[in-house]
Design a protein around this ligand. Structure first.
Ligand code: ATR
Length: 275
């Protein structure tokens, strides 16, 4: 009897996740036989649920909100991006061990560079928000040698702590939403707050946008997100949602698990058409 390798996404809540659809499309495209489940797991059951998945022969998991930091404690090995970010979005179960990776950063970089044609070398970057999503992308963004990277947050202490954590890897600073430095134009503004998901539109810094600014919302939705609407209304050059990052980070996870990198273009097209 042939067994089908099991994968899944664990989060709370998780019913909205597009990962099962994306991984099924990748599997079809690359001729891999896999099963991919949605696993809704409350924080107090995280460890038990991961260990049970491992014990029953599961091969890999995607980990999403709110478990990305907590799950790092359960890993026997962490990749360099996961260790730098202090957050894990991909688990692999091999030979009794749990390996944790983080493909969010590379997913964002691939979307920006390949799908959107954005050059980060020498760019001025502003990130809004200083939570888990920001923690996952600052390291990879700094590796692309931007001129500056400023983290703006409602709660300044969190932005300062992140800027300090990453200060050894590049020109990173912190500020409040209403004190964003505007001596130079921003080439890229990334919304990494969870405000939109909560249906809120904070006082995003209008002075940071010019007609050269590319605005990127890590969130995505069936309709334009509040941030992408705000960016368009304030004259951004372009404003996009994070569908590309979602598909690219999934492709990197698929590669880790199956050793084959799917072609993301047709899957991205299908996701945004059906969105
Ligand atoms: P995630 O893991 O998705 O990044 P998080 O760690 O809870 O989630 O972080 C959420 C981020 O969105 C934080 O930067 C938060 O700002 P605070 O640190 O000040 O809480 C930001 N955020 C959420 N709702 C917001 C709002 N209405 N206005 C401004 N910032 C908001």
């Amino acid at each position: 009897m042939t067994t089908i390798d099991r994968y899944g996404v664990m989060g709370y809540p998780v019913s909205h996740s597009r990962s099962p659809v994306i991984h099924r499309l990748f599997a079809l495209q690359t001729n891999q036989h896999i099963q991919y489940e949605l696993l809704e797991v409350a924080p107090d059951r995280l460890e038990a649920a991961v260990r049970q998945f491992q014990r029953t022969g599961g091969k890999g998991l995607n980990i999403t909100v709110p478990h990305k930091s907590e799950v790092a404690r359960l890993c026997d090995q962490l990749s360099e991006p996961a260790s730098t970010a202090g957050a894990v979005n991909t688990l692999s179960f091999r030979e009794g061990e749990i390996r944790g990776d983080n493909t969010d950063g590379i997913g964002l970089l691939r979307d920006l560079a390949i799908n959107q044609g954005i050059t980060l070398d020498g760019a001025n970057i502003l990130i809004l928000g200083a939570g888990g999503a920001t923690r996952g992308i600052v390291g990879p963004l700094l590796e692309m040698q931007p001129s500056s990277l400023c983290i703006a947050n409602r709660t300044i202490d969190k932005a300062q702590a992140l800027a300090e954590h990453f200060s050894y890897s590049g020109p990173v600073s912190a500020c409040r939403f209403n004190m964003v430095p505007v001596s130079e134009e921003y080439d890229l503004i990334i919304n990494a707050t969870s405000a939109g998901v909560r249906g809120e539109t904070p006082p995003y810094p209008e002075s940071a946008i010019s007609e050269h600014t590319f605005c990127y919302d890590l969130s995505y939705g069936l309709k334009p997100t509040p941030f992408s609407v705000w960016a368009r209304e304030h004259g951004a050059a372009r404003s996009v949602m994070g569908w590309g990052m979602l598909v690219e980070q999934a492709a990197e996870s698929f590669h880790i698990w199956r050793g084959v990198l799917p072609d993301t273009a047709p899957v991205l097209k299908q996701m945004t058409i059906t969105a």
